[in-house]
Design a protein around this ligand. Structure first.
Ligand SMILES: [Zn+2]
Length: 451
């Protein structure tokens, strides 16, 4: 099985920043075997499917580094709230979720991600009500049906409101139960192989919903299992104040004390970091999932991405959960990142190519997969987006990368995941979108009826 994509504007996002106007990319089985200028060499064309990409922008598939897929069932709530009020409004609904509903939500959210150019889906699930079934398994199954690469993280909460935490006691697990279930999820679903479609990381939720014990023991557990670690950090002023009051430490100092900085860790948000904290992230190789739309919706602030990148911190892009970003489209987060970072640090501080880079190679670094995904280079996995930029939205634009980074989200001619066309001519090939929509609507009603 070989596919030749040729004639498009190819942006490799490799170390050299290679771009080929009218170039080619060749996919064979699950890997990229050739990338370069002009048409593909004759030896690759034999028996190949030829995709005519003239008028298209060809990029690596986008990598999502932070999401809560289950929130696809709870969009549109608490529209004008800041994080803590928004969470408090939604916890009662979320604490009635189960594996079946999560599977429906995940399929809907992943369909929308794929339709916006995303080939690798990072998820963070941290609500596990008693008797809710195999939620991680439901997410793994949904990813397999939609055909995307999954980085599931097994989250947890064990600091209920009776102990000074934010979530109600009904939404949290015990420390031991959370650790045991996390161990089981990694052992059952994590695939460490280079072409892996499913990896699992350890992900206690946040400093205000998790005990110090669970954070410390989760770090030891992840390192014993050889998997990555993920949590929310420095998202809001309120979280910063919570850590100062409760622990006498900033979120970064507190997390570092508990073993939570390192090149096997990535944090969602990292909005409120002072220069010393950025130095600690850089010195330890700790990664960041930048979630501009969610941070704007909750008025959390603008992450210092320009400074993080200049310091050498790995930065990826994330949509965050769909209850704080109802779009759930990763492609448009490139534009959001460009716009908000310019508001923070100036018009020349963050280019459309910077946006594309964090959405691809940056995300690959954050997920520990820089040698496998994130760029168009021979030997990498065949995750490729072919965006039409010759329609009425973009025709005539000076720079095809600006079409993606400043213009409307372009339609996808193809989205390849592991060499398989998951999107073709703007439509998902792996599921019927109207059926998914009906299932999501019914599941949202079912969850609401449980309140
Ligand atoms: Zn989040």
């Amino acid at each position: 099985m070989r596919t030749v994509v040729e004639g498009g504007y190819v942006v490799a996002v490799d170390a050299a920043g290679s771009e080929h106007d009218g170039g080619h990319v060749v996919l064979e089985e699950e890997r990229i075997v050739a990338v370069g200028p002009g048409p593909a060499p004759a030896e690759w064309r034999e028996d190949a499917e030829i995709v005519d990409a003239r008028g298209a922008l060809v990029t690596p598939g986008l990598v999502n580094t932070h999401h809560h897929l289950y929130q696809w069932l709870t969009r549109g709530h608490a529209q004008d709230a800041i994080l803590f009020d928004w969470l408090t409004a939604l916890y009662p609904l979320w604490s009635r979720i189960d594996a079946d509903l999560t599977g429906v939500a995940a399929a809907g959210a992943m369909a929308v991600l794929a339709r916006s150019g995303c080939t690798t889906v990072g998820d963070h699930h941290y609500v596990f009500p008693r008797g809710s079934g195999d939620i991680v398994g439901a997410i793994v199954d949904a990813a397999s049906r939609i055909g995307v690469r999954l980085h599931a993280t097994r989250g947890s909460m064990d600091l209920g409101s009776s102990q000074g935490g934010l979530p109600p006691d009904s939404a949290v697990e015990t420390t031991d139960a959370a650790l045991a279930a996390t161990q089981a999820a990694v052992e059952r679903y994590h695939d460490a192989s280079p072409a892996s479609m499913v990896r699992v990381a350890v992900a206690p939720c946040s400093p205000f919903s998790v005990t110090s014990d669970l954070l410390r023991e989760s770090a030891a557990q992840a390192r014993a299992l050889g998997v990555r670690m993920h949590t929310h950090a420095s998202e809001t002023v309120e979280e910063h104040d919570f850590c100062l009051e409760r622990f006498g430490r900033t979120p970064t100092q507190y997390l570092e004390d508990l073993g939570w900085l390192g090149d096997d860790v990535w944090m969602a948000h990292a909005v409120h970091l002072d220069p010393d904290e950025i130095v600690r992230y850089a010195a330890t190789g700790t990664g960041v999932a930048h979630c501009p739309s969610s941070n704007a919706r909750l008025a959390a602030g603008i992450a210092p991405v320009h400074d993080l990148l200049r310091a050498g911190v790995p930065v990826g892009l994330g949509v965050d959960g769909s209850a704080s970003n109802e779009s759930g489209q990763l492609g448009i987060e490139i534009r959001e990142a460009v716009l908000v970072n310019r508001l923070r640090t100036g018009s020349d501080s963050f280019s459309v190519r910077d946006g594309l880079r964090i959405a691809t190679m940056g995300g690959a670094r954050v997920l520990g997969r820089a040698s496998e995904i994130g760029s168009l280079e021979p030997g990498k996995l065949a995750d490729v987006a072919v965006w039409r930029v010759d329609g009425v939205e973009h025709a005539g634009i000076l720079d095809p990368v600006a079409a993606l980074g400043l213009g409307a989200l372009p339609p996808l001619q193809r989205l390849f995941v592991q060499g398989r066309a998951v999107v073709a001519d703007g439509v998902l090939t792996t599921a019927e979108e109207p059926v998914l929509a009906e299932q999501v609507a019914a599941a949202s009603r079912e969850l609401a009826s449980r309140l």
